[in-house]
Design a protein around this ligand. Sequence first.
Ligand code: FMN
Length: 202
Amino acid sequence: MFWNTNELHGLPHNPFKSCVAPRPIGWISSVSADGHINLAPYSFFNAVGSEPPMVMFSSTGVAPRPTKDTVSNIEATGEFVCNMVTWELRDQMNATSAPAPAETNEFELAGLEMEPSKLVKPPRVKAAPIQMECTYVKTIDLPCDTPGGRNVMIIGQVIGIRINDAFLIDGKIDMEKIQPLARMGYQDYSSVEKIFTLNRPK
Ligand SMILES: Cc1cc2nc3c(=O)[nH]c(=O)nc-3n(C[C@H](O)[C@H](O)[C@H](O)COP(=O)(O)O)c2cc1C
């Protein structure tokens, strides 16, 4: 099939998110200006630079809440943490995606333990094997088809990375042990279970 995205795709579900898959999930903790702690998953998420290390995520909000809490908090306070989601943490991650009021602490909602971060105010997900402490770089406003909605990309600089030593084997992160979770489109996910090495051509 070919689908002109200005027109109807003719399928029972929009296939776009499955066309860019698997996508890593940024499980983003933040704090509002008045101190409310927030945690939510974002799968329009990736690393976008390494010197300095930078990450992005994007939020698609619709009226009456076009700006999601994570975005409001980061724009107001300038800090966030990206926690890695694993197969083990799939249900807690899903629970934190509930459309809860800004005052709700999703760590508590999902029964997750918080740990203080070293360089930023938002707490970390203690059970996440890797946590990246970030400072806000910029918001890029994106086109938005939905009237009253807001599509934004947030870019942050990673200023500190904590890796659980239990997942460091011979100085390398053991991804088979971590089993990071990824989004596949629709309601589907994948977890990393098989890894192979490919050397670049000289
Ligand atoms: C696996 C997963 C990935 C998600 N990815 C995104 C995303 O990339 N962008 C987005 O706007 N919402 C995404 N959501 C929905 C948000 O997590 C949800 O709207 C959440 O309530 C936002 O919380 P907040 O208002 O506290 O930031 C995702 C949900 C799940 C379960």
